[in-house]
Ligand binder design. Structure first.
Ligand SMILES: Nc1ncnc2c1ncn2[C@@H]1O[C@H](COP(=O)(O)OP(=O)(O)OP(=O)(O)O)[C@@H](O)[C@H]1O
Length: 271
């Protein structure tokens, strides 16, 4: 079953050439500071559609700050100063006509710690759809099933949809949060260290899920774990002190980096 209607079907075939990839997000001259403390310095990069892009780099280099800029989470922080432009499918996300709630529906986010709501499994997944309104029970059931299938959780929960989400394991809770995010049919899924609080088996399930989801949407992943970036991403951006040092295909960046700074980081010669 597919209730997902994407405006941009996934390209078929393997990745050949970054220059031929269609862009989903375009970041241009992005500079961001918390008060007078710079966190991102003049970043320009584009994120290809229907691919997994990973942001890696040492602690405090600005990975999460960059990820949060993509669905305007910094709007809530009055200290933040921003320059530069971010476009989603060609539209400036800071344009006055953009409704932030709709932007956050299109660009969903999953955080490090699973955060299911204190309600049933079904109600968690239906939550955003109910806010939107206008969906009949039968259609809601279909979308909840589809979202749980897409998040590789359906088989484990289909007989207990009315049970509390809090009774699930940490890994199941994180897949439930992904299902909840998918239910409102985002075009982009932002993942901030989505598996760092999970055990190794749950982590592998999340990684497999990330790889499978790219046929439906564009994924952007922040991770401390370089093996994870190498396993799941198509493209990797290496950041250091708020600057974009190197960006390219994950295979090339990990096997044949252009710059010594990148090589030092990925070989562990620099924390
Ligand atoms: N809300 C905030 N207020 C002030 N400074 C902040 C805030 N959030 C992050 N910073 C600072 O901005 C810089 C970048 O932080 P950010 O969390 O984006 O880095 P990161 O690469 O994701 O780090 P980590 O891997 O440790 O999560 C750091 O110096 C951090 O201390």
């Amino acid at each position: 079953m597919s209730v997902f209607s994407t405006p941009h079907p996934a390209p078929s075939g393997p990745i050949i050439d970054f220059d031929r990839e269609a862009s989903c997000l375009e970041i241009e001259g992005l500079t961001l500071a918390y008060g007078d403390k710079p966190a991102l310095r003049d970043l320009t990069l584009r994120i290809p559609r229907h691919r997994v892009t990973a942001f890696i780099g040492p602690s405090g280099c600005g990975k999460s700050t960059l990820l949060r800029a993509l669905n305007r989470l910094h709007d809530l922080n009055e200290e933040v100063r921003r320059e530069g432009r971010i476009r989603l499918e060609g539209e400036d996300i800071h344009a006055p006509e953009v409704a932030v709630a709709e932007l956050r529906r299109r660009v969903g986010m999953v955080f490090q710690a699973p955060n299911p709501f204190p309600m049933s499994i079904y109600d968690n997944v239906a939550f955003g759809l109910r806010l939107q309104g206008g969906i009949r029970k039968r259609q809601m059931d279909d979308i909840v099933e589809w979202a749980l299938q897409s998040a590789a959780l359906w088989e484990e929960v289909k007989d207990r949809l009315k049970s509390s989400a809090w009774a699930l394991s940490g890994g199941q809770q994180q897949r439930l949060v992904i299902a909840r995010t998918l239910a409102v049919r985002p075009e982009v899924l932002l993942l901030d260290e989505p598996a760092s609080a999970l055990d190794p088996i749950s982590t592998l399930k999340i990684e497999e899920l990330i790889r499978n989801l790219k046929s439906q949407l564009t994924l952007v992943l922040v991770t401390h774990n370089m093996q994870q970036a190498a396993r799941v991403s198509d493209y990797t951006a290496f950041l250091q002190q708020g600057e974009l040092v190197e960006y390219g295909s994950t295979d090339t960046l990990f096997t044949n980096p252009r710059l010594r700074r990148t090589e030092n980081y990925i070989t562990g010669r620099m924390a």
